[in-house]
Ligand binder design. Structure first.
Ligand SMILES: C[S@@+](CC[C@H](N)C(=O)[O-])C[C@H]1O[C@@H](n2cnc3c(N)ncnc32)[C@H](O)[C@@H]1O
Length: 209
């Protein structure tokens, strides 16, 4: 991620320009029409601004663990002028209890875009446990990124990416969809849909009963 001017703290992640519209199309289909959507690991904040602009009836809550990311999200929020986005909160998905603002309201969606392969497996476990405990009935957990299926890579590019991630940090890596679904099942989140996305990524939608 990079920013252009020294006093401009907004990060710009080039991949967001490529994936935000395909993701938005899926979200339009699967998100309920009212309530609050929490984004985990919002990074630059560009995704949530884009979604909030398109879906003004929903309230959006960005978060990240990284203070610089929080600065970028805050700056994008101010720049957007949108009133349906909360200030970003500092949230580590592995924490035992997610502290959300008191006025969060019904949490009807949790989004984690490009997180679970760029973090230890414990982050995936944490976000599933946290989502299961906070999502309202019928709410969704939305995951986006590359996944293995039945233990195998679905494309050579995903395999090279996985190797690169593991060289960077042996605890990172492309996750197996079956393991994610199995772990989610232990916390009552059921697989709703898997949508194939551009560049060998998947949208995975898990639903609270
Ligand atoms: C690859 S970036 C993805 C950012 C954004 N979702 C996107 O797709 O552009 C991963 C993000 O995960 C955040 N992150 C890593 N570990 C985390 C954790 N345990 N809890 C919350 N956020 C975390 C990082 O700070 C970073 O912003």
């Amino acid at each position: 991620m990079a920013n252009s001017e020294p006093d401009d703290v907004r990060f710009r992640a080039p991949a967001v320009g490529r994936n935000r519209d395909p993701i938005l199309e899926v979200l339009r289909d699967v998100l309920p029409r009212s309530g609050t959507v929490l984004e985990l690991a919002s990074g630059s904040g560009e995704h949530i601004i884009h979604f909030a602009e398109d879906m003004p009836d929903l309230t959006w809550l960005p978060s990240d663990i990284d203070p610089e990311a929080l600065g970028s999200i805050k700056a994008w929020r101010a720049h957007s002028g949108l009133s349906n986005i909360h200030l970003p909160i500092s949230l580590d998905v592995t924490s035992d209890e997610w502290k959300l603002p008191d006025d969060t309201g019904d949490l009807i969606g949790v989004l984690a875009i490009n997180l679970i392969h760029i973090a230890p497996w414990g982050a995936c476990e944490g976000l599933i446990r946290g989502s299961a405990s906070r999502l309202s009935a019928n709410g969704i957990l939305y995951l986006y990124g590359p996944f293995k299926r039945s233990g195998r890579h679905t494309a050579a590019s995903n395999q090279s990416f996985d190797e690169m991630l593991r060289r960077h940090d042996p605890e990172w890596g492309v996750r197996d969809l079956d393991s994610v679904i199995e772990y989610a099942g232990h916390y009552g989140l059921n697989l709703d849909q898997v949508v194939e996305m551009p560049s060998n990524n998947l949208s995975v939608i898990l639903r609270q009963p």
